[in-house]
Write a protein that binds this ligand. Structure first.
Ligand code: LCS
Length: 394
């Protein structure tokens, strides 16, 4: 892969860009569903894979490929596969890797629909899953069965920010010949590059930090080798959950500012986490940079910075959370995360509702938990807004 020696910030700006007709500095949007063959033999050789080129946008498109190459380069992977959403990426990945009758180990704290995809859809195909606290390495070891083929981890987990040790988990996966898949959405490659720590496959909801502007729903899978890429490309082509060229263009544009967005978001987050930790109406705060985070030391080993996601529990539980969220003005009461604007939400009634109360309890998602996705606004303005909303709690 080119640009191997460039620094991350430089790669964000230039990765995936090739030479195009007329010399544009950004990839053109090839908004076409299909590509013309020069002759029947040309078409046949493209279908046989004897010649490189494009056939049909579900199978490949230059605008999509440029974005895929950029993300693969930022994650340190071989190739990537752009998908229509994060859920399409997770689905394509798990369906590609697991066969009927095989076993999956998954983090208890994952995005709600990932939990329900596994519980309600994969189970139909006789794929059994053990949900474990993946911050506890012994719990992962104890869950291993002879037919375990995949370990699936979200770290930091949504919304508890529980951190799993990627290097140690990769050793377990290797020893049992299973694939380790990591959802890197919460950190992005700017802060955590799982493939360099022994992880086999990375997935993302690009709806979040990679695009960064809350105007696209998209996902991606990044792989390390040609064999896995070929397998996943075939499955994605058959399942059909591909990204479209315009959204790929927008994500590629968003990537250019990933590094500076994340830098500002991390800086803001640290100040907000410290402010919250000292507030009398806050029971506890989870942010990976705080020494009070249970996996603080693991985070130091594998993060270059600690991200823009903060979870906290208010004294007064659900009612206090509701009061707070109904009084913010600058912080937007909305699900999703990772954009330039600060968002606030309540996982138990929103993003993790589908999991059900018992699974939430098991995963540590309490009814009073509030989740903040910190943006790039001036930090004093964000804190003033939070302060005003907290003052309304009686
Ligand atoms: N993985 C993680 C960690 C996520 O947070 C999400 C979405 C997904 C995968 C799925 O991605 P999508 O299909 O939406 O692109 N998380 C959301 C959240 O926390 N609030 O709204 C969406």
């Amino acid at each position: 892969m080119k640009n191997k020696n460039q620094n991350f910030e430089t790669k964000c700006v230039h990765a995936g860009i090739k030479e195009y007709e007329f010399g544009p500095v950004v990839p053109p949007i090839y908004q076409t569903s299909t590509f013309k063959f020069k002759s029947t033999s040309h078409g046949a050789s493209l279908f046989k894979g004897e010649e490189e080129g494009y056939i049909y946008t579900r199978m490949g498109n230059p605008t999509i490929e440029a974005m895929e190459d950029a993300v693969a380069e930022l994650e340190g992977g071989y190739k990537a596969l752009g998908c229509g959403s994060g859920m399409a990426a997770i689905h394509t990945c798990l369906v590609s890797l697991l066969n009927h009758g095989e076993h999956l180990i998954c983090s208890k704290a994952v995005y709600g629909p990932t939990n329900t995809l596994i519980k309600n859809v994969l189970s139909k195909f006789n794929i059994e899953t053990t949900f474990v606290t993946t911050s506890k390495i012994e719990d992962i070891k104890n869950a291993v069965r002879p037919n375990t083929r995949v370990i699936y981890i979200e770290t930091p987990g949504n919304p508890t920010l529980e951190i799993a040790d990627l290097g140690e988990t990769a050793k377990i996966a290797k020893s049992i010949n299973a694939k380790l898949v990591v959802d890197n959405t919460f950190m992005s490659p700017a802060l955590q590059q799982p493939l360099t720590l022994g992880v086999d496959i990375v997935v993302h909801s690009m709806t979040k930090f990679l695009n960064g502007h809350a105007d696209v729903v998209a996902g991606i899978i990044v792989v390390k080798d040609k064999e896995t890429y070929t397998l996943f490309r075939k499955t994605l082509n058959q399942l059909g959950g591909v990204i479209d060229p315009f959204n790929a263009f927008l994500v590629h544009r968003g990537l250019k500012t990933l590094s500076i967005r994340i830098e500002k978001q991390c800086k803001n987050s640290m100040q907000i986490a410290e402010y919250l930790e000292n507030h009398t109406k806050v029971e506890w705060v989870r942010y990976p940079s705080l020494k009070s985070h249970p996996e603080y030391e693991i985070g130091l080993k594998q993060h270059k910075g600690h991200g823009a996601m903060i979870s906290f529990e208010l004294k007064g539980g659900f009612n206090a959370g509701e009061t707070m969220m109904n009084h913010v003005e600058l912080c937007q009461l909305a699900v999703s995360l990772g954009g330039v604007e600060t968002l606030i939400q309540h996982p138990a009634s929103m993003t993790h509702l589908s999991m059900g109360k018992d699974a939430r309890k098991e995963a540590g998602i309490t009814d009073g938990l509030v989740r903040l996705s910190v943006g790039i606004e001036n930090v004093d303005d964000i804190i003033a807004d939070i302060d005003h909303a907290l003052s309304k709690i009686i």
